[in-house]
Design a protein around this ligand. Structure first.
Ligand SMILES: Nc1ncnc2c1ncn2[C@@H]1O[C@H](COP(=O)(O)OP(=O)(O)OP(=O)(O)O)[C@@H](O)[C@H]1O
Length: 602
């Protein structure tokens, strides 16, 4: 890398004395000259302070052994190894993290830099999330959802002041979700703006590799589907989370309601622990359908399933007692709670009417999932694009939105519109105005978690005649029964992993402030250490042992986790757990109550 950048007024190079003084003033709660520090960094300092991050030392707890057998690592590692070769021994560390900032891998960058990075725990198994380390290239990029370089004294923790890092979030090319981050770290003296460009290019290459890998799995599904169509004259369908295929027979023989019932049942069966064999479903017409579901694997993982259906007449005498109740009607979604189904029906009705739609609900409730499922169900062959407004600060976002809304796509979902600045909201409204006036306008939906009352937001929502509200998971918590096997299948494919009744009880009693996404993330963490057999209560993370309805601050969450761990270590004995934590008996009782902790013996 080339020479350090010359200092400017809002110093981006992080080594000016002025910036060091500004940082110190901030840490001692003195007034800060905002001209001396970039806005994004100042905002991150404020967040770091709210997280109560220590500025004078870094002492992270080891989180866990990173799982290097994930779609992200499989796609990213070859790209990173290639970059390593390309850098030809330069002291630049290449780091890959998961979406929470947990370092998955760090490639050698020379002894001095490696030793320093070990000292500051920038190593596999430690989390560089902003909430743990404060302002840094990884955590701050993930927090802001956009590329970020952090130089020298811009770091919140002083042990990082000799470093410069450029972090870029990696988004999944199909779902748009953040799946991790790539970070390039070097000595501050070697810092160069090109570091960020290089990190962005690398993230782009990883996204491309992810796309190719997902494409291979979908190809396996298509080939198996075509093979089954050739072998059978009957009804054949194939599906996974993103794709639904149906042969002519299915379209002609089944009406749309029956198609959706069978697809829903097929998705549920494939998600269950016994996806092979047959299942019988009673259709509203009185006919019975026997589904033969076969999972399809691609690249060693579940790519979806192919289903062959046989119908029998309504008069058939022996209606099997094992007929499975129908619990969902949209492909790729499970759940039968009344509030949840009502939301799904409403989304489908608005979609069928061709009206543009706003979907509102707490983070992680499944807003995007429902819109995607309805679209795939109704117009499976039609292109579906997701634009994440949380990344709208990046350059080129509006150009992408322009292209998708006005040139390319037939169905566009813009997620997290509540995160748009007033200016971006106005620009988007202008684009929607244009899109709506097209001779054949796209179908557009937006999702939001919090409606703020700004004029700009009202201006945007004018384009969406209906808003459907999806319920938080705690309001249809019974659906955890169906979600757990569904997610486990998504996570571990064909291996035989179930949830024990005791663990299920705890999952049902949790309050899930992060909703369905939180449940998914909890299971994702569990399958990293348990891939077969039954999930037991002891496998569940502390957050599942609380029935508190309140969102805890990070500090409170840490305290809660420590108490749960201690209680587990002492078999639920509160007195021993309290003494191990140096807490009084009264305090532990109060905290157990306050945090709604479900003790291991209950
Ligand atoms: N009923 C369901 N059945 C199966 N999967 C679901 C269901 N609801 C949500 N999911 C899954 O849960 C995760 C979160 O859903 P999604 O991303 O749609 O939530 P969201 O409300 O759009 O979140 P956010 O606003 O935070 O982006 C996804 O992996 C999604 O596939």
């Amino acid at each position: 890398m080339g020479a350090a950048m010359p200092p400017r007024s809002k110093s981006p190079d992080g080594h000016s004395d002025q910036l060091a003084r500004t940082r110190e003033q901030f840490l001692t709660a003195e007034a800060v000259d905002t001209n001396q520090v970039r806005d994004a960094i100042l905002a991150s300092w404020w967040r770091s302070r709210r997280w109560n991050v220590a500025a004078d030392h870094i002492d992270l707890t080891y989180v866990r052994d990173p799982d290097l057998d994930t779609p992200l690592t499989r796609s990213a590692l070859p790209v990173l190894r290639h970059l390593r070769e390309h850098l030809d021994g330069q002291p630049i560390s290449i780091i890959l993290t998961d979406p929470q900032g947990l370092v998955l891998t760090r490639m050698d960058a020379g002894r001095d830099l490696d030793t320093h990075l070990e000292r500051v725990n920038l190593a596999p198994g430690f989390s560089y999330a902003e909430e743990h380390v404060g302002t840094n290239g990884i955590g701050t990029a993930l927090e802001g959802g956009r590329p970020m370089h952090v130089f020298g004294h811009e770091h919140y923790a002083e042990n990082l002041e000799d470093l410069a890092c450029a972090g870029v979030p990696i988004h999944h090319p199909i779902s748009g979700k953040t799946v991790g981050a790539v970070d390039l770290t070097c000595w501050r003296k070697d810092a160069d703006p090109l570091l960020l460009t290089l990190a962005k290019t690398t993230a782009g290459q990883i996204q491309q590799a992810l796309l190719t890998d997902s494409g291979i799995r979908e190809l396996e599904l298509l080939q198996e589907y075509l093979r089954t169509c050739r072998r059978t004259a009957g009804i054949v369908m194939a599906l996974n989370n993103d794709v639904v295929m149906m042969n002519d027979n299915a379209r002609q023989v089944l009406d749309p309601t029956e198609q959706s019932i069978l697809l829903a049942q097929a998705a549920e069966t494939l998600a269950s622990r016994t996806p092979t064999g047959s299942v019988v479903v009673s259709l509203p017409s009185g006919a019975r359908a026997r589904l033969y579901c076969r999972p399809v694997r691609g690249e060693g993982r579940l790519a979806g399933g192919v289903v062959h259906v046989k119908l029998s007449g309504p008069g058939a005498a022996s209606r099997p007692e094992t007929a499975t109740p129908i619990r969902m009607f949209l492909p790729g979604l499970v759940g039968s709670g009344a509030l949840w189904l009502r939301g799904c029906h409403q989304v489908r009705a608005v979609y069928d009417a061709g009206e543009w739609l706003a979907v509102e609900g707490e983070p992680g409730v499944g807003k995007l999932a429902v819109v995607r499922a309805v679209h795939q169900h109704r117009r499976p062959g039609v292109h579906f694009t997701v634009l994440d407004a949380a990344t709208a600060v990046r350059r080129g976002w509006l150009a992408d939105a322009h292209r998708e809304l006005l040139d390319d796509s037939r169905a566009v979902v813009i997620t997290h519109v509540d995160r748009l600045s007033s200016g971006r909201l106005r620009s988007l409204s202008r684009l929607l105005e244009e899109a709506r006036a097209l001779p054949s306008p796209p179908w557009v939906a937006v999702t939001l978690s919090q409606r703020h009352d700004s004029g700009e937001m009202a201006g945007l929502l004018r384009f969406f005649p209906s808003t459907v509200e999806l319920p938080p998971l705690r309001h249809h918590v019974e659906d955890v029964h169906a979600l757990v096997p569904f997610f486990l299948s998504r996570l571990v494919g064909g291996s035989n992993l179930t949830c024990s009744p005791d663990a299920m009880q705890l999952l049902l009693r949790s309050s899930w402030p992060g909703n369905t996404e939180q449940l998914f993330q909890v299971l994702r963490r569990i399958v990293q250490h348990r891939r077969a057999g039954a999930i037991l209560p002891a496998d569940l993370p502390p957050e599942c042992r609380t029935v508190s309805r309140r969102l805890l601050s990070p500090l409170e969450a840490m305290e809660r986790d420590a108490i749960v761990r201690s209680l587990m270590d002492w078999d639920g004995n509160k007195i021993k757990a309290a003494s191990a934590l140096g807490m009084s008996r009264a305090t532990i009782y109060r905290k157990i109550h306050e945090y709604g902790i479900v003790t291991p013996t209950t």
